[in-house]
Design a protein around this ligand. Structure first.
Ligand SMILES: Cc1cc2nc3c(=O)[nH]c(=O)nc-3n(C[C@H](O)[C@H](O)[C@H](O)COP(=O)(O)OP(=O)(O)OC[C@H]3O[C@@H](n4cnc5c(N)ncnc54)[C@H](O)[C@@H]3O)c2cc1C
Length: 210
């Protein structure tokens, strides 16, 4: 959706100064397409989700009202596919991280090897975390399992806040929960061993903890 401010003079050339042949309306991190025109939602070609449109809409509203607002940020966009089991992801994937040249570590934990996954007989779930080597900053995560769109909440916060795995390793996870499986995957205190895979890891086989 595009919003045009009143009393703004059209830019020379195209009636409103936009590229009519473009597939999307290019915007800056303040959702400005051109002078006096803001765009938000799918039409911006960022990430086509309702929650992204809402994120952008707050920025446009702030601009129109003349109040301060942080710029748009897309490094921690959550995605949930509402299948059974749910597939939930946030941030950057392993492949995208490698393609972008990140030096990463990848942690994979079979959900059935977590306390709650075992109790739940969750046969097809995984927890996968992608973190920057060295800083341990969580760059992305994928969780597959029952209700994992909810587990994604804590992982979205971690990616959004650029938390290191060390911070997540030292927190207390409720027992027995699906999100507690994240703690088990990274070897949080009292939660077993982590499966930390070196940068040469390319496969997607599930590597269980020892
Ligand atoms: C089947 C499906 C399932 C989805 N499920 C999810 C989900 O689970 N979670 C999620 O986050 N996102 C989901 N999405 C994506 C989500 O719907 C969009 O990202 C979101 O609606 C984008 O909001 P928007 O305002 O940009 O566009 P829209 O919601 O598409 O709104 C655009 C509006 O503009 C109107 N319009 C178009 N052209 C004109 C015109 N020329 N003049 C006047 N009006 C016009 C349209 O009729 C529409 O009402 C789903 C999309 C689809 C198609």
């Amino acid at each position: 959706m595009a919003v045009e401010a009143e009393n703004e003079a059209p830019v020379d050339g195209d009636p409103v100064g936009l590229d009519a042949a473009a597939s999307f309306i290019a915007v800056d991190d303040r959702m400005r397409a051109t002078d006096g025109i803001w765009a938000m939602g799918d039409v911006t070609g960022k990430a086509m989700f309702t929650h992204v449109a809402l994120h952008q809409s707050a920025i446009v509203a702030a601009a129109l009202l003349g109040v301060d607002h942080p710029p748009a940020s897309y490094h921690a966009v959550p995605r949930v596919t509402f299948t059974d089991p749910e597939v939930a992801a946030v941030g950057i994937s392993e492949a995208a991280a490698r393609a972008a040249g990140h030096d990463i570590v990848v942690v994979v934990k079979q959900l059935s090897a977590t306390f709650r996954g075992w109790l739940h007989r969750a046969g097809h779930g995984i927890i996968k975390l992608v973190a920057e080597r060295g800083t341990g900053t969580l760059l992305g995560a994928t969780v597959v399992g029952p209700g994992c769109g909810e587990v994604l909440g804590m992982l979205t916060l971690a990616v959004h806040a650029r938390l290191p795995l060390s911070a997540m390793r030292n927190m207390i996870y409720a027992f027995p929960t699906f999100h507690g499986g994240v703690g088990e995957a990274i070897g949080a205190s009292g939660r077993g061993l982590s499966t930390v895979i070196d940068p040469e890891y390319r496969g997607h086989e599930v590597l269980d903890s020892a």
